[in-house]
Design a protein. Structure first.
Length: 138
């Protein structure tokens, strides 16, 4: 699976242009996802010196990315293609609802490690479909 990961506010606390303190379990989770053979893409606002510092910080903490602000390492961005990264999952602190934390991210991406939670999610999803009311009735 291709996983695009933001840096500021996601891997580290948001202190841009400085590098904030590591988010709890960020590097442990990213290393495990990498061991599971997921392609990790760093997708961040950072560029130039600030981007180089973020990449080096991650490298020093044991995380190497498949690509950085690109779909694949050899891609050349010239404005003729979309800037949006082609990924299966986006991990970002600017998600609707905010950043859930790395422990929750791990559980979402590895539901087989927590079968009770997966079962509960399916059950509550089925109930919500039956009880939809309001603005978007079906």
């Amino acid at each position: 699976m291709k996983i695009a990961v933001d840096f500021d506010g996601t891997i580290v606390e948001h202190k841009y242009p400085q590098i904030g303190k590591e988010q709890l379990f960020a590097f442990e989770t990213l290393k495990q996802l990498s061991k599971q053979k997921h392609q990790l893409i760093l997708w961040t606002y950072r560029a130039g010196k600030e981007l180089d510092e973020a990449v080096e910080y991650c490298r020093e903490n044991g995380v190497e990315f498949f690509a950085i602000n690109k779909n694949y390492p050899e891609e050349h961005y010239d404005g003729s293609i979309s800037r949006k990264i082609d990924a299966d999952v986006y991990i970002d602190d600017r998600n609707v609802g905010g950043f859930p934390g790395w422990s929750a991210i791990w559980q979402i991406l590895n539901p087989s490690n927590n079968p009770d939670k997966e079962k509960k999610a399916v059950t509550s999803s089925d109930k919500s479909k039956k009880a939809r009311k309001g603005l978007f009735k079906r």
